[in-house]
Design a protein around this ligand. Structure first.
Ligand code: NDP
Length: 297
């Protein structure tokens, strides 16, 4: 029987730990704070930010949202980041990507104080992750690691194949898989749009992580019997629904399920973990900056 992984349940357990840490911090007089910054009119980005803010409310984190007009000069965003860097009540800063074309993304990531970079995208934090000394692990790949741990799926000695090499999912995912220690020690292959014979690579995977942003591109023919399939993709496709679209992953769920040993659905798989790990990083940031210890696994 193929196990359908319940990402919501795993995220709830992590959020319970985060909430306990929030209480520890508050008892010591520290109110964890997360600033989200949106410089975009994109509907999906607005939705993601409001979900993150809602999650802060639910757990007692002080979530403060900042909006900057998408047409405003880049300096408006940089000045806001400078203010947030200097604000001691803000422990984590998240600038929702993508930013408009006239704003250089790398400059945004580098502007955020690395201690407050709860996305883990500042080059200093990327370097620490690669060196095996992560400060904040990027939320989505960290969430995938948490799913595998919660499901008792061993990575050591396994063939892990990651489809996608983006800075926010594919690369850090591969980096986590090759680290020493729990959740690592996997023999790891990274595939991308120039990969020759993708199916031959994915069929070798004991653990297959799909993060390509291409609706349902991984089907059962590309999955090894008994593999763990983690579908990171969130794609809007036209559908006859109230909203006019539905969300599908990068995996063709039904055909992949017929081969997999365990599989994440979309929605309800990786997505909830991404938010849980953002809250986790925020509490970790508050702990680091205040010197008040918390008990986070
Ligand atoms: P990007 O578009 O930044 O990267 C996609 C990657 O997939 C690229 O490396 C690209 O290769 C590769 N790729 C594209 N098409 C193919 C193909 N046909 N065969 C093999 N590789 C391919 O996307 P993200 O990493 O930001 O996101 C990936 C997906 O995950 C999206 O659906 C996104 O919405 C979702 N997502 C979900 C999150 C969650 O919480 N569940 C969080 C973040 C993202 P190349 O580099 O050669 O162009």
């Amino acid at each position: 029987m193929t196990r359908i992984i319940d990402g919501n349940a795993i995220a709830s357990d992590i959020e319970a730990d985060v909430q306990a840490s929030v209480e520890t911090l508050r008892d010591a007089g520290v109110q964890p704070g997360l600033a989200t910054v949106l410089m975009s009119d994109d509907g999906a980005s607005e939705t993601y930010v409001s979900m993150k803010q809602q999650a802060c409310d639910d757990l007692g984190i002080d979530g403060r949202h900042h909006e900057i007009d998408a047409d405003a000069p880049a300096d408006d965003l940089f000045d806001r980041i400078d203010d947030l860097n200097a604000d001691e009540s803000v422990h984590g800063i998240l600038v929702q990507m993508p930013v408009p074309d006239h704003v250089e993304k790398r400059a945004v990531l580098e502007r955020i104080d690395p201690e407050k970079d709860v996305d883990g995208f500042h080059p200093e934090n990327v370097g620490r992750l690669v060196a095996g000394n992560a400060r904040y692990k990027p939320c989505t790949p960290h969430g995938v690691q948490k799913i595998l741990a919660a499901e008792g799926i061993e990575t050591e000695g396994k063939e892990a194949v990651v489809v996608g090499r983006s800075d926010i999912v594919g690369k850090p995912m591969a980096n986590l898989f090759i680290q020493y220690g729990d959740g690592g020690n996997a023999t790891t292959t990274v595939c991308h749009s120039r990969t020759d014979d993708l199916a031959a690579k994915t069929r070798e995977a004991d653990i297959l992580v799909a993060a390509a942003g291409v609706p349902e591109m991984i089907d059962g023919e590309m999955v090894k019997e008994g593999a763990t399939v983690i579908d990171v993709g969130i794609n809007r496709v036209d559908a006859d629904t109230e909203k006019g679209y539905e969300l599908v992953g990068d995996v063709d769920f039904e055909s992949a399920k017929a081969k997999a040993g365990a599989i994440t659905p979309v929605p309800g798989g990786v997505g909830p973990l991404t938010i849980a790990m953002l809250l986790y990083n925020t509490v970790k940031a508050a702990s680091r900056q205040s010197g008040v210890g918390v008990d986070l696994a």
